[in-house]
Design a protein around this ligand. Sequence first.
Ligand SMILES: [Zn+2]
Length: 357
Amino acid sequence: MNTPRPDLLFLCDHASNAVPPELETLGLPESAFHTHIAYDIGAGALTEALAARFSAPSILGQWSRLVVDLNRGSDDPTVVMRLSDGRIIPRNRDIDRGEIADRIRRYHAPYHAEITAHLEPFRASGQIPVLVSIHSFTPVWRGAARPWHFGILWDRDDRLARPLINRLGRETDFVTGDNEPYDGELENDCLYRHATMNGFPHVLIEVRQDLIADAAGVAMIAARLEPVLRDALAAMGPAQLGFTRALPGPLNEKGEPVMDEKTRTELEAAAFRRLVGHLRARTDVQNIDLMNLAGFCRNCLGDWYREAAAEKGIALEKDDAREIVYGMPPAEWKKRYQKEASPDAAAQFAKSHKTHS
Ligand SMILES: [Zn+2]
């Protein structure tokens, strides 16, 4: 029996082909709801199979993506699709803003509220969940066969995507796309909203529909994916908060963001500059005391700056990055301001930060 993983959350936005009775069949023939335009074939069953294998919770969308797309922000112009795969959706074709708002309120908001409610105890306790979203894609698109069996989609946070892509690469009978067949960068989509903006590790796994079109296929793919995902989670290491986009800002009365991401980024940079200014002025505060109290110090800030630069392809020397925090070469600061650590502080530091350099 596997250890239960209540910290994992499996999501399937496009699990269902159901239409609420009041919308009838959206003007489409019944048969359309058995095709990929209505839902992600096999994805719901695979999500449940994986959740069972990990003894982890899952949340599945209850309505067809033709009713409302649960993997779009409520402000996204395609949240209600008028066309799908070249086919007009009669009941959506002339939909007005009022009816879109009504669809969001009835069918879109409850799904996201359920995810938010599930994650709230984690947010409140400081525990870090890991979100895994399952989708499926058609083997052929606009006449061209797609070569991938799996697609691993990510935006800026590849903490889980990268080890998963690497691990899938060892399954040599499978071809895995890296942000193929789609790009994982989509503002306000499900993972953006619930994982990226909360700093939680996450990944979106796309599976080619013909592999999971029946129960045997679902069982086979679940059996193959389970050890791969376990290895990728182990390779990622303990889950931590990691923010790859500007932190969420305040909302207005309508629940819309007051500021765009660029403005929020600038405000965060301003707060960082003020922190640096404060640390430069408070030369009496010792790095070892910062480490003992809060687990980080001036050197860490410099190293985080250096790592952020490296992600943009800019190589900085360790001391050059730290100098941005110190306002002088670190050795100079040490000579001027660093006091000898008290035996207590040194002992505490040695005990709790064996790995800190
Ligand atoms: Zn999907």
